[in-house]
Design a protein around this ligand. Sequence first.
Ligand code: KG4
Ligand code: ZN
Length: 360
Amino acid sequence: MKILAIETSCDETAISLMTASGNLSQPKFKIEKSVIASQIETHRPFGGVVPNLAKREHLKNLPILFGQIFKNPKSKILNLKQILKAKNQKLKAIDLIAVTVGPGLEPCLWAGIEFAKNLYKKVKIKNKKLKLIGANHLEGHLYSFLLPQNTKSKKLKAKSLFPAVHLLVSGGHTILFLMKNLEAIKKLGETRDDAAGESFDKVARLLRLSYPGGPEIEKLAKKGNKEAINFPRPMINQKNYDFSFSGLKTAVLYHLRDNKNDRKEDVVASFQQAAIDVLIKKTLRAAEEFGARSIIISGGVAANKELRKQFKKAAGENYQVIVPDFKYCTDNADMIAAAAYLDHLRRKKYKLEAKGNLSI
Ligand code: KG4
Ligand code: ZN
């Protein structure tokens, strides 16, 4: 099945053309072409994503990315009309267009949905089998570990993975799931206030580091002492699977106010360690309680090398730790194509309407 997936839920515009095959116990994905336009530079001066600017950028970027996906290497064909006229074979071969409908920023989601609807209408005339479906961004992150890995690590055998405990840590979400297989997914707990990535971004802003804060904090923390400051580890010992990160950010704020001469490096290293400790402790407790065989981590914060390293160390021989390639941690359209394929297999349908707070 050939899938064209479109992602515009936040500040990345992305389109992926993928061939998917296999069944729900062993899906296979081959990425034919994948393009992404990051808006980091647009939002950087504001220290965070500005929804209307993001929407404007999506509207501008979508046709350009689409042109890049279908461009004939020998010609300069760039717009949809020309691509359709040229009877582009790749376009005719598509079975499914999938577009993220939530969760995310609604003006941004609508930009993607309207583009997908318009595209569907035009391509359908020449390609009768074409279908259009909505996709869930969270499912995208949840299935991102199935995407082809760059690292020549062992092939994932779905059977030996489950049950798995899955920690989705991004800028918008911090959720712990139990996955009995690729279909049976249960939410165990989630953040009650800020997401982990959001706390990285907010702490970075307190220290005047640039946006997005996660990678900046990771870089600076390498030069710091993670034991310098004993920041709180909110909810670490509570016997539930919820998280809270806003108190940790506030603790950093007060610490900076009262200790103006502290090294930035030590502050960020200690903050990062407090966040990592909570994420690992709660995930491992869930893995133990539910007899997990593996721990899967996804979302932008899963790109943090220190987090990956410490997770692997803490899991030891007890659990296999699975992380997607770095490029699949932050937002991308490949994961949306994967989620759409699995939805298609289990006949799950999302309405073509933006839903900012869509859940699993
Ligand atoms: O998954 P993502 O691209 O978007 C959402 O769905 O939210 O995640 C973006 C978040 C941002 O908060 C960013 O600061 C964080 O992921 N992030 C990181 C790192 N790279 C990105 N946080 C910690 N360490 C990183 N290396
Ligand atoms: Zn995301």
